[in-house]
Design a protein around this ligand. Structure first.
Ligand code: ADP
Length: 190
């Protein structure tokens, strides 16, 4: 099994690359952001709760997020491996993911991080907001808050995976194909 954490700030291009990589490596793509949006669209209890955090650019509480992610992993018991996109975002989530993988006699093989400057991120997200219908992309204040939350709570996970020799940074600026190639160069070594 190859299990990869695709990492990077909001707007770095994780979702776009995950769609390509899942086909290329036959992995299951799990995006916690997509799971929350699906629940919002279907007006589930989880969706209503998640929306109250997401609309402010805050993280959804760990307990809720971890429970949802674990259930999705269980649903895909036969998978060849996973691309985790948008998870883990806190140290508690990273610890929980390690435990979950361990319980399956597996592990996270690598964190591959897309590196993009903040001003480019804001530009990309505002542009995406024009067409995505995502309310968290429509407001520059919310976008900047998401980037701040990333630095305050999520960026530290680089240290978590670096301590296990699993961190790989990749330049996230270029064409989609160029970036896929850079990511593949890392994944092919795993
Ligand atoms: P982006 O990375 O572009 O901000 P996502 O789709 O990954 O977009 O996430 C959108 C929002 O969903 C986040 O701002 C956060 O509120 C919530 N979310 C997604 N994943 C997590 C997570 N692992 N933990 C807590 N909240 C999350």
């Amino acid at each position: 099994m190859k299990n990869i954490v695709l990492f990077g700030p909001p707007g770095a291009g994780k979702g776009t690359q995950a769609e390509v990589l899942k086909e290329k490596y036959q992995l299951v793509h799990l995006s916690t952001g997509d799971m929350f949006r699906y629940n919002i669209k279907n007006a589930t209890e989880l969706g209503v709760l998640a929306k109250s955090y997401m609309d402010k650019g805050h993280l959804v509480p760990d307990e809720v997020t971890i429970k949802m992610l674990n259930a999705e992993v269980e649903k895909n018991a036969g998978a060849n491996g996973f691309i985790f996109d948008g998870f883990p975002r806190t140290e508690a989530q990273a610890a929980s993911l390690a435990e979950l993988m361990d319980s399956k006699d597996s592990q996270i093989n690598a964190m591959v991080a897309l590196e993009v400057d903040d001003e480019i991120l804001v530009e990309r997200l505002l542009k995406r907001g024009e067409t995505s219908g995502r309310s968290d992309d429509a407001d520059e204040g919310v976008i900047r808050n998401r980037i701040k939350v990333y630095y305050d709570e999520t960026a530290i996970l680089k240290d978590f995976y670096q301590a296990q020799d699993k961190y790989h940074g990749v330049d996230g600026v270029g064409t989609i194909e160029e970036i896929t190639e850079r990511l593949s160069a890392v994944i092919d070594t795993l």
